[in-house]
Design a protein around this ligand. Structure first.
Ligand code: SF4
Length: 387
């Protein structure tokens, strides 16, 4: 009788695979064959991996191993081309992943490498596309403008489940390897810095095995200060984005309870100390909530907070959702906020919402299965995602 298949090959690094292969008495080159099958062929079942001898496949299966790829349970396609995937993992839990073809608009012109690519690429070029992935099932951070927060946190995703989301989307979108021109944002469900080790292992696997470029990856944090410091010491790392969303501790504490643990002074100090590479900026995301944090006086406070920091600010007008008690600000207030930041010398960009009609935009990610009668909704998946 075979054992249940609950160990995932996706997510194991080269050393771990080497141990597995040598333990099975197989030559070392089998490791490269497994990596090729997992990350280039994007196989979903061990039986598909015919480069491996049948006895090794059987041995792995008997030891409880499977590929461990998430299943695409549901797929919602927006009229703007954005696709929101509901991914289900081996234990039945699920999270959401979003594909945004042809960039997100907001990247273009923002001075980043991705923005330059977005501006210069031809229409429908896969190189402009962005995948937004989840790092946890739900989220514990409890930001008051975010639908994911309503779920609470169920569990962390493993490195294999994080990488598996990317492989599943690339396979579904028929993107041939290497996917080195795809942008990746860790801005889906969950706070990546509260699942730090799995998140960082996934980053290394994405660079080494999937072929994604680290300079095209961005992670967004709500402000877990000790992990920002750890992150700055990583050899391989994405770019850093910080979800700011308020200009003073009073408002931020109300919108983001995490601010009571790490206030703005500690957060901005960590951002100032963050070791930036050539041409790198810290991105601050700011979700504008009508009559809460969107006044010109707030913009002036933000400019003061960020004075002298090598940064840019992405402004996101709230994406509405059921259960969220805030309103979208008027376009005039959004523009006035942007103008105030720019006048103070802070690069500020307004992000175009993506996939709003399928609840794939920022702050809208929440598991579809949670309320079958409701419209599909999720938390924040878009490069502009509020985290
Ligand atoms: S915005 Fe991000 S960090 Fe805040 S509750 Fe939502 S998923 Fe968590």
């Amino acid at each position: 009788m075979s054992k249940p298949s609950n160990l995932s090959l996706l997510g194991l690094d080269r050393n771990e695979l080497s141990d597995l292969v040598s333990g099975a008495g197989q030559p070392g080159y089998r490791v490269s064959q497994i990596i090729d099958a997992l990350y280039r062929q994007r196989a979903q079942d061990l039986d598909e991996v015919t480069t491996l001898p049948a006895d090794l496949r059987l041995r792995l299966q008997q030891d409880g191993f499977s590929i461990g790829a998430p299943l695409v349970d549901k797929k919602f396609v927006s009229e703007d081309g954005t696709v929101r995937y509901l991914m289900t993992f081996a234990d039945g839990e699920s999270a959401e992943t979003v594909w945004m073809p042809e960039g997100d608009g907001g990247e273009a012109g923002d001075g980043s490498e991705a923005g330059e690519a977005a501006e210069s690429a031809s229409p429908r070029a896969a190189g402009r596309s962005t995948i937004c992935i989840s790092s946890q099932v739900g989220c514990a951070v409890d930001c008051k403008f975010c639908l994911t927060a309503l779920l609470g946190v169920k569990r962390n995703l493993t490195a294999g489940e994080i990488v598996g989301q990317v492989c599943a989307v690339l396979k579904d979108q028929r993107i041939s390897p290497p996917a080195d021109r795809i942008n990746l944002v860790f801005m889906g469900m969950g706070e990546p810095f509260l699942n730090y080790d799995n998140f960082m292992k996934a980053v290394r696997l994405l660079v080494e095995n999937v072929g994604l470029a680290e300079r095209r990856m961005t992670v967004s944090t709500a402000g877990i200060v000790p992990r920002i410091q750890d992150f700055g010491r990583e050899e391989i790392r994405p770019k850093l984005a910080i979800s700011l969303n308020a200009s003073n501790d009073l408002v931020r504490g109300q919108l983001m309870p995490i601010n009571r643990k790490w206030n703005l002074e500690r957060l901005i100090s960590a951002a100032r100390a963050f070791p930036l590479r050539n041409r790198e900026y810290v991105t601050f995301e700011y979700v504008l909530l009508g009559d809460v944090n969107d006044d010109v006086s707030n913009a002036k406070e933000v400019a003061e907070l960020l004075r002298g920091l090598r940064c840019k600010v992405n402004l996101i007008a709230l994406n509405p959702g059921p259960g969220i008690d805030f309103v979208t600000p008027s376009p005039g207030r959004v523009l006035a906020f942007q103008d105030t930041l720019r006048a103070a010398g802070i690069p500020a960009y307004i992000r175009r919402p993506r996939g709003r009609d399928i609840y794939a935009a920022c702050g809208q990610l929440k598991r579809t299965l949670e309320s079958p009668s409701a419209q599909p909704s999720l938390h924040s998946i878009s490069p502009a995602a509020p985290r």
